[in-house]
Ligand binder design. Structure first.
Ligand code: AGP
Length: 610
């Protein structure tokens, strides 16, 4: 997804901006660019491909300027190309602008501007905004930006500079995150779409709210609304540093994050799991116990991996707490006519807290009077701020585009919620204690699975040339089958289908042959025998089986070509363990194929467009 960095101060802007762009690479992008202002002159460098290409380009020049803006673009309007890369300028090259989001009325505005004699260079919606600012610019950049924003529809996070005004950097946001960094002695300032771009320089930040505009000079910062009313603001302290973002000795962030899971799962339950009472406390929900007791329906809205976690949550809450749950794709929910009454509680689940569809679902639910709670990882994210309350994952920044540790942390939080709701309703103290103790054991059990990394890599080597995979699971592990398939396809570009094992015979079984291996989660639970029958159906068609089975299961070897053993836990928590080998398998298959694991093609870490 697109990323923004801006700097104004007394130091050379280029190294700071370049470093910021590198920090934003994890978000996914296809081109990048920088605008620097020096002595009344604006210089723009932009190029398709990696930030390193941009560096090669800029290093050949004498890039000067103590004010500048930079961008990584993820194409939405117009192909990835040098011309479509940001910054965009007005036709007089006085204004440079970078933009995250989408200008929805850009076609009409572009036609109007063309009639007025403006010539466009790119196919982007962003250039329309740059041209508008240029049109209104009469020496006052703030006025020009406000006038342009007044007529655009859609979403934006922007940073703007003017060639003849080297002492002012303007930013604004509506629906696309923007954070201001306060530098040394408040004599230099940063602007970024994501704090990780500036955390090396400052830990003091201000998160802009929608319809905020920020004016940064070399010794001041001012936040206002779009009517120029000055707003007060809170300065937050970022609690992660640059070293947290490094790969920590692993080849890829994804692998590092898979290996962090014993710790991140522990962090998700720290201070929340009350083993002796067999329950959990989730203070951030901001709901009094009475309210929680009264709800009789929960809606989960989420996308991708977070949606898979929500499905696990549905199985857990319905089974244990007896509360009816519906899981919705956030992208569908926002345009449906969902039924929400006073006893319905809506949860949105999002690692980034910035996913546009999930944010829109949150707003739609709020519009309908629902209490909306967020389960998020990113502190201070839009979803975290806009929901009525919620639970943080505390998983630390997840850099790999393929979500891994966020998934297990989400399930951990959902297990805590299940315990809390269950103990208010129908589970006994001793059953609660059994669940709580099982949850407490999970981090060590994950550690045990991670020790099999090498043997999973060997299996991956055998199968890395296959072009189609089937993933099968049932009950609590049906969503894990979906997640395993998603992991494989997003990082290795292999076609993979995830199915509820018994559903396979209703169509997808037609795909099975010797070239389509099946990864089957076959745990020793109440439906073990049924899953074994599903395995037989695959084998009868020549399909190879990689089984995820419980330690001590002697029978499974007879049915599967390869077995990855995991420790036994209670059924509802088994996804926390069964997903680990699937993450590793996907990782090693992708590594064997030489794929760009942390930034797979066509994907972005945080999807902030519709
Ligand atoms: C997962 O590996 C994905 N890359 C993707 O499906 C992701 O989970 C989805 O876009 C939702 O993101 P969020 O949790 O940040 O809202």
């Amino acid at each position: 997804m697109c990323g923004i960095v801006g700097y104004i101060g007394s130091r050379d802007a280029y190294p700071i901006l370049n470093e910021g762009l590198i920090a934003l690479e994890y978000r996914g992008y296809d081109s990048s660019g920088i605008a620097l202002v020096d002595k009344g002159k604006m210089t723009i460098y932009k190029t398709k491909g990696k930030v390193n290409n941009l560096k090669t380009l800029v290093d050949k020049k004498n890039a000067k300027g103590t004010i500048g803006i930079a961008h990584t673009r993820w194409a939405t309007h117009g192909v990835p190309s040098n011309v479509n890369a940001h910054p965009h300028t007005d036709c007089k090259n006085r204004i440079a602008l970078v933009h995250n989001g989408i200008i929805e009325n850009y076609t009409i505005l572009k036609e109007q501007l063309k009639k007025e004699g403006v010539t466009f260079k790119s196919e982007t919606d962003t250039e329309v905004l740059a041209q508008l600012v240029g049109k209104y610019y009469k020496g006052d950049l703030v006025e020009a930006v406000l006038a342009a924003l007044d007529i655009v529809e859609g979403t934006y996070g922007i940073a703007v500079v003017a060639a003849d005004n080297p002492d002012i950097l303007v930013g604004a946001r509506r629906g696309s995150p923007l954070v201001v960094g306060l530098g040394d002695d408040d004599k230099e300032f940063y602007l970024a779409s994501d704090a990780s771009a500036i955390v090396r320089h400052t830990k003091r930040v201000i998160y802009l709210k929608d319809n905020n505009l920020v004016v940064l000079t070399r010794d001041s910062h001012q936040i206002m609304d779009l009517d120029k009313k000055i707003l007060s603001h809170e300065v937050h302290h970022i609690d992660f540093d640059a070293s947290t973002l490094a790969k920590g000795g692993f080849d890829h962030f994804m692998l590092k994050e898979i290996f962090e899971q014993p710790e991140t799962v522990k962090n998700a339950m720290r201070g929340r799991l009350i083993v002796e009472d067999g329950t959990a406390r989730l203070d951030g929900l901001n709901l009094v116990m009475q309210e929680l007791r009264q709800i009789n329906r929960i809606i989960f809205a989420a996308c991708g991996t977070s949606w898979h976690a929500a499905l696990v949550g549905e199985y857990m809450i319905e089974e244990i707490a007896g509360v009816s749950v519906e899981v919705e794709y956030a992208s569908e929910f926002r345009y449906r006519n969902p039924i929400i009454d006073s006893q319905t509680l809506v949860f949105v689940i999002s690692q980034s807290g910035e996913t546009a569809d999930t944010l829109a679902a949150l707003r739609e639910a709020q519009r309908r009077g629902a209490t909306v709670l967020g389960i998020c990882n990113m502190v201070g994210s839009s979803i975290a701020r806009e929901s009525h309350g919620g639970v943080y994952l505390h998983a630390g920044p997840e850099i790999g585009v393929a979500s891994t540790k966020a998934f297990t942390s989400q399930i951990t939080v959902l297990a805590l919620l299940t315990l809390l709701l269950g103990r208010m309703r129908r589970i006994s103290h001793s059953d609660g204690v059994t669940i709580a103790k099982a949850l407490e054991d999970i981090p060590d059990q994950i550690k045990k699975i991670l020790k099999q990394n090498d043997s999973i890599k060997e299996i991956a080597k055998k199968y890395s040339r296959h072009d189609n995979f089937m993933y099968l699971g049932r009950s609590f592990n049906f969503p894990v089958a979906l997640e395993g398939a998603l992991k494989l396809k997003e990082i290795s570009y292999i076609h993979a289908e995830g199915y509820a094992a018994a559903e396979m015979k209703h169509g997808p079984i037609a795909l099975i042959d010797k070239d389509m291996p099946s990864v089957v989660i076959a745990l020793k639970d109440s439906i073990y025998d049924k899953v074994i029958s599903n395995i037989q159906e695959v084998k009868a068609r020549g399909g190879k089986i990689i089984a995820i089975a419980n330690e001590g299961d002697r029978e499974i070897k007879k049915h599967a070509h390869h077995v990855i053993y995991i420790p036994k836990t209670i059924d509802m928590l088994s996804p926390l363990l069964s997903v680990i080998p699937l993450q590793l398998l996907a990782y090693h298959i992708a590594a064997q194929r030489g794929c760009e694991i942390d930034q797979p093609r066509n994907l972005a870490k945080s999807v902030t467009v519709e």
